[in-house]
Design a protein around this ligand. Structure first.
Ligand code: COA
Length: 291
């Protein structure tokens, strides 16, 4: 007799961690205007932190900042910056210091992605993703490190699991995220003696994100074969964020926390293989262009 597969519970972090653990703390989050990083920011605010969210589109950032302030009762402000521009990041940091006087936590989350084979990637396309993900992370670290040292704070870098195995159509993102992982590890070793921690969160496929929406036609129907019975939720990543920034994780640094319900261990390429490589036109309808 077979029993029904288990489906992992999904809890808000406030059901597990005290609501005031980040009271008086300041979070600086790139990419916080939407998606996973917005969820990470909201969770930190629900535990008492105030936040600055950084991104390219001021109207979307401002809307998100107002929404997060209203739903959490904490302060969230928007700072416009393209993470490829060190000067803009410096100004965003100055705005943070003018408002709050310090930075305790940094989430390096701004990222860019689209599906394309190497043969269809221009030099500029590859460079653009490397610049947003890798150089953007480096620039964010450089702009914030003096403040994070002062507060003996902590970094979380949002990476991926794509590069643990070769993922066709993702050469640019895989390269960029591998570099982010390396950067975080070096940061942990160099800054540990200053009291600063640095960790990576590597989400697997997360429902209701842009990336999953792009792959939705491919991902449909496979939930029953997932080890924990469901795809990941933004809340799962947010919960890991709360733990890693909390003092309960004070001896955890230089690590990657994979939030994917063990999907990495049974991952197949999500496009038909090798048809997708031999005849890119055959999967074109599954890969919407720029969102
Ligand atoms: N396939 C192949 N190349 C693509 C592409 C695709 N689907 N989308 C963009 N590119 C190429 C562009 O053609 C350009 O190269 P070119 O100058 O040789 O033509 C290069 O990438 C830069 O693109 P552009 O849109 O001009 O850069 P940008 O800085 O304005 O934006 C992104 C870069 C990655 C943010 C943008 O492509 C995008 O909006 N992506 C989808 C949304 C997204 O990434 N959200 C984040 C999810 S993690």
């Amino acid at each position: 007799m077979t029993s029904a597969p288990y489906v992992a519970t999904l809890k808000d972090s406030t059901a597990v961690f005290k609501e005031d653990i980040f009271k008086g703390k300041i979070l600086f989050c790139t990419g916080g205007g939407s998606g996973i990083c917005k969820g990470m920011t909201e969770a930190m605010m629900r535990h008492g932190a105030d936040a600055v969210i950084v991104g390219r589109k001021l109207d979307r950032l401002t809307q998100t900042a107002n929404e997060l302030s209203a739903t959490t009762g904490r302060i969230c402000i928007a700072a416009q910056a393209d993470v490829r521009q060190p000067r803009m990041l410096k100004e965003a940091v100055e705005k943070t210091i003018a408002q709050f006087g310090k930075i305790d936590f940094v989430i390096c989350g701004a990222a860019g992605n689209f599906l394309a084979p190497i043969s269809g990637l221009s030099e500029n396309a590859f460079k653009t993703v490397m610049e947003i993900d890798t150089l953007g992370t480096y620039n964010t670290i450089k702009a914030t490190i003096a403040h994070v040292r002062r507060s003996k704070g902590s970094y979380i870098h949002v990476s991926a699991t794509l590069h643990y195995k070769a993922t066709p159509y993702q050469a640019h993102v895989s390269s960029a995220k591998a570099a982010v992982d390396a950067l975080s590890a070096v940061l942990a070793v160099e800054e540990g003696p200053h009291g600063v921690r640095s960790n990576v969160i590597a989400p697997g496929p997360i429902g209701s994100t842009e990336g999953m929406q792009r792959l939705s036609s491919i991902a449909e129907g496979g939930v029953s074969r997932l080890p924990l019975g469901r795809v990941g939720d933004i809340q799962d990543v947010a919960n890991a964020t709360v733990f890693l920034f909390s003092e309960a994780a004070s001896y955890i640094t230089g690590q990657t926390v994979v939030v994917d319900g063990a999907m990495e261990h049974m991952r197949d390429f999500q496009l038909p293989y090798p048809q997708a490589v031999l005849d890119p036109g055959s999967v074109q309808k599954m890969i919407p262009g720029k969102l």
